[in-house]
Write a protein that binds this ligand. Sequence first.
Ligand code: MGD
Ligand code: MGD
Ligand code: SF4
Ligand code: MO
Length: 756
Amino acid sequence: MPAMTKKADPNDWQSTSCILCSTNCGLQVRVADGHFEKIRGDKTNPRSRGYTCEKPAGLDHYQNHADRLTTPLRRKQDGSFEAIDWDTAIGEIAARLAEIRDTHGGEKILYYGGGGQGNHLGGAYSAATRRALGMRYSSNALAQEKTGEFWVERGMFGGRPEPDFEHAEVSVFVGKNPWQSHGFERARPILRAIAKDPERHMIVMDPRRTETAELADIWLRVVPGTDAFVLAAMLRILMDEDLLDRDWLAAHAHDGQALFDVLSEVPVADYCARAGVAEGDVREAARRIGTARSVSVLEDLGIEMAPHSTLNSYLEKLLYALTGNLGGQGAMNLGTHMGKLIGGGKANRTTPVGGHRIITGLIPCNAIPEEILTDHPDRFRAMFIESGNPVHSLADSPRMREALDALDCVVVIDVAMTETAQHADYVLPAASQYEKVETTFFGGGFPDHVFLLRHPLFPVAEGTLTEPEIHSRLCRALGAFTDEDVADLRAAAEAGVEKFGMAFAQAMATEPKLAAILPVVLYETLGRALGEGLEGAALIWGAAQTLASAEPDSVRRAGFEGEGAALGDALFRAIVDNPNGVVITSDPYDVTLERIGTGDGKIQLVLPELLQELADLIDEQPPRQTDAYPFILAAGERRTSTANTIYRNPGWRKKDADGALRMSPADAERLGVTTGGRVRITTKRGSAEAIVEVSDTLRDGHITLPNGHGLEYPDAEGRRRVVGTPPNELTSGEDRDWFALTPWHKHVRARVEAIA
Ligand SMILES: Nc1nc2c(c(=O)[nH]1)N[C@H]1C(S)=C(S)[C@@H](COP(=O)(O)OP(=O)(O)OC[C@H]3O[C@@H](n4cnc5c(=O)[nH]c(N)nc54)[C@H](O)[C@@H]3O)O[C@H]1N2
Ligand SMILES: Nc1nc2c(c(=O)[nH]1)N[C@H]1C(S)=C(S)[C@@H](COP(=O)(O)OP(=O)(O)OC[C@H]3O[C@@H](n4cnc5c(=O)[nH]c(N)nc54)[C@H](O)[C@@H]3O)O[C@H]1N2
Ligand code: SF4
Ligand SMILES: [Mo]
């Protein structure tokens, strides 16, 4: 097959995308000598249209830093690591995991991770290794934030509706600070435009006066952890004031009577008082939502990582579902999907030891330690961790370390020597996200779905391999395939993509051995024919074929032509040729109602599992401060100085270098501290030090720490130091949602003392 793209001139600006948050804004960069030299927004990207925030300016801190891994490592008896070569590493890992499979069963090996904010291809290729080893369980960070929301969306809509804030008359943010955390394209200009426009309104529910709250028309400053009361009150007001879209509901939703019965018991004034918000403001917010032409709503960690997590997600979705804001410009819409962000998996599965609900195929992160630290015969015996740092990012870091140390074998694939890698038996160094083809499967937008496949900007770093290559070598070492098995498909790929498509379909239908490791087969055949650097794009060909066959009209509306496989091939070619992003599907708004995937195409307003919790709110008093723990700590706030743990070098932070503990002026005065002063934070789980920043954006009794800080990194003398406060030394896996087990990181009871 001829090479699909010309080799880039290093002096040219090259299109790529940012990997620091799920928005993945388009970038243009110039690179030289293995470094980023210049970085700017890509005006030709159809989605971000030149926008970026300040964070990608530091991307060289990701690409080049002192903690990058450059060789496979093996743990020695004394606990230290020794460098080994790739063949030894692959051979030993395959042998040890195969032994665990043969002794205890492959399902005793837990897969964790698979991707972060900018890379989802590693996880997609891991499907082959997982099948080769008989692994059945997996988890990743989504199962400590979004699984409750996914369950609600699946139950109500059979899909994941996307907001359209660019056009919404009313925009609602619940426990979400898009000014800092984004979560949709061009967040800051869009927020500013809404704030300026007298015809459009913004409603924000947040206990802190965030940058987004500053721009809001109505800011509901809830007492932390009381959102369920406010949301329930708003729904009751919509009912009472006849603001439900009854005709629309009759046409598009199942009967909601069981829900309305519970809502009609909600005491509006009482619930507003419990949440510390003025009833008039809540009524005003409900009226705006109920009377607007279009409403878009976005929730995030502020309600997901807080009491009533899954119930909050349900009530938040009802705000737009009951007012008919599904389908239409400025409202919520159901788009197309390129590849799978979340696993499907059989329904009603539970975890092997604790019997916890598995949602969208993911074991709740909070269950992981208890599925290991037990003598139960079904406990996990090994973990395969890829592009995830559970020791640092999951609740209760001490217990996660204990769990990893109790396993028979831990394998970590990462670019950096992380807190998790420190506890591995084998560490495999991956090529960075700018040294290989990569992409993400986050939502691509509606009505136009933009997809972007990044090309490598740098050669694969010495000593590292890409994830597809690692999985291919593991599968080979496990005996899952040989060169001979894929020889015919290789020849077909060399003859062109059309020939390959037919041969591949045939092989998948007749050779179960190859079908089981489909991603690696694609990589070894079509991938090799795509040419150096593009091998990992092979799976995207498969995804393009799947999309073209599932949504041919949407793909054609985006300008692609062809029948059957030819349509998928055309789509694939455009994706590979446009690293600045390409519109892959285009939809009319009314397609949303046709995409409701509940089985009969109607919205489910009643989720029976959550109705009792909603009814029981009546007996719940809001959290009271206690003498032992007078503060509510939000452990993990998005700031200009945070990007999960993607930047490990603290030198990238120009502001907030230490990741300050924010507190209100009155609290600071009471404790006798000022900005820059040192304090000790103590929770029931642990204790840590932090520097204070006095901030009038906080309520009294509410304190916040940034997420992603407190990483270990070598200083100028090469000594490993922790800079900032690692939030999960303070959190516990026990404080969590009963339904999805989501941790209450925004609601950690804490005590603070000044230290001299
Ligand atoms: N700069 C930056 N951006 C990021 C990231 C990053 O690390 N840095 N990470 C990305 C990721 S992985 C994610 S998941 C998103 C998360 O994005 P967000 O969820 O927006 O981020 P947070 O700041 O963690 O929490 C949002 C808000 O919840 C509020 N909050 C706290 N307690 C409560 C409460 O009880 N009720 C309500 N209503 N609100 C409350 C906080 O004050 C905060 O403003 O950000 C993404 N974007
Ligand atoms: N207390 C508290 N804890 C939190 C949060 C909070 O608000 N409070 N936020 C939570 C949220 S929402 C999230 S999403 C998680 C995020 O936490 P994690 O899922 O652990 O994710 P990241 O920090 O995004 O990065 C994961 C890993 O990917 C590695 N990596 C980068 N590029 C590559 C690559 O190309 N290949 C491989 N193999 N590895 C690579 C990085 O070095 C890093 O170790 O943190 C969670 N933890
Ligand atoms: S908004 Fe997110 S993806 Fe866009 S430039 Fe900032 S960090 Fe990168
Ligand atoms: Mo996240």
